[in-house]
Design a binder for this molecule. Structure first.
Ligand code: ZN
Ligand code: ZN
Length: 360
């Protein structure tokens, strides 16, 4: 991706010389997520174009210099199926990392496929090989987890693990998820695993809502065919007037923020996960929607290595029951990436996958 709105180019790079502790991954799958669409439109600040997009990626360890190890110390050998945490260079020393304990706000933090420039090498998954620099958090993909399960969950699953942590779901809680994209779909599944009672999903289009039901939603409301008033009434009917203990926003729309607080009960929680770019102001009445309601509003930015490892454990345990592999509905080779971006933007598939090593 050479610049915002420029067509994706296929370029050749030299095979990197590995430093001690470095490794090379042969890519099996990467993905096109909503962030990649934003990157292509130039909506994220400080992106060092040209970049090789693709932050969450899975593959096979092709080569390492020195024994490669997972973060828990387990040896990783050439030929093993490997995944890595796309966030790297979090410093562990700054105010954000130590005093404030918000490592996802560390200024040194870099992310494969987003804030790493292609001028520095193979730092993105839309590539046949990915350079894993020393210090990148690696893990073996558990035997029970297919590449398709992992990448179907992808970055949306990692974000959802963090969102569920922020939501502090209690057993039996009624949970509303706004948005049925990759993040929302994983939030539905994880809310169920976390012990939620009734789960209501708000989204579109119809096939995405059908997938939301298969991910674990008890009721789905089509955001394009209902008004906010009708959705509130429906939620009220479903909960005998109690409304939601927890509402989680994964829609990325300013209107979702205007509606979300109304769906939460008095003293409920509202977790905002979907606003990765600035989509403009939302109109909120602080008296009606927050203060009098005693509402607890929480943001959620990025993910940490712990969320990555938890996502792997969840997949290992639940990927046979939860259809994460259905989220990655369509696969593209390196020469079809402009079409993949267009499909992702048009929401015609829940998620487009990138398979760089497939023959054309
Ligand atoms: Zn730091
Ligand atoms: Zn992403």
């Amino acid at each position: 991706m050479t610049a915002p709105r420029a067509p994706i180019e296929v370029r050749e790079f030299p095979v990197p010389e590995l430093p001690q502790g470095g490794a090379l991954l042969r890519t099996a799958f990467s993905e096109v997520c909503g962030t990649d669409v934003h990157l292509w439109h130039g909506r994220l600040a400080g992106v060092p174009y040209p970049i090789i997009p693709g932050h969450v990626t899975a593959g096979v360890l092709e080569r390492s210099r020195g024994q490669a190890r997972a973060i828990d110390g387990t040896a990783i050998n050439e030929g093993d199926r490997v995944v890595f945490f796309d966030v790297h260079r979090t410093c562990g020393r700054c105010m954000a990392c130590t005093v404030n304990r918000t490592p996802t706000r560390c200024a040194s933090r870099r992310v494969y496929g987003i804030t790493d420039s292609a001028t520095e090498g193979l730092f993105g998954g839309w590539s046949q090989a990915v350079y894993l620099e020393p210090g990148v958090v690696l893990a073996k993909l558990p035997d029970a987890v297919s590449f398709e399960d992992y990448i179907g969950g992808g970055c949306g699953l990692l974000t959802a693990v963090h969102g569920i942590e922020r939501a502090s779901i209690q057993l039996g809680d009624t949970v509303v998820v706004q948005g049925t994209g990759a993040v929302g779909l994983s939030l539905i599944a994880l809310a169920r695993i976390a012990g939620a009672g009734t789960i209501v999903a708000i989204g579109a289009p119809a096939d995405r809502l059908a997938l939301a039901s298969r991910m674990g939603a008890d009721a789905v409301l089509d955001v394009e065919r209902t008004t906010p008033e009708e959705r509130l009434q429906r939620l009220s009917d479903l909960t005998q007037g109690q409304l939601a203990d927890v509402v989680i926003e994964a829609a990325g729309s300013a209107h979702a923020i205007e509606e979300g607080p109304n769906l939460a009960r008095n003293g409920g929680r509202y977790v905002i996960v979907g606003h990765y770019t600035n989509v403009g102001d939302s109109r909120i009445n602080a008296h009606e929607q927050i203060n009098r309601k005693h509402l607890d509003i929480r943001g959620c930015w990025g993910s940490e290595a712990g969320h990555f490892l938890r996502a792997l454990r969840i997949l290992e345990r639940h990927a046979r029951q939860v259809p994460w592999n259905e989220i990655g509905a369509k696969t593209y080779g390196l020469h079809d990436l402009n079409a993949a971006l267009a499909e992702a933007e048009a929401f015609t598939v829940p998620k487009a996958l990138v398979e760089p090593n497939r023959s054309r």
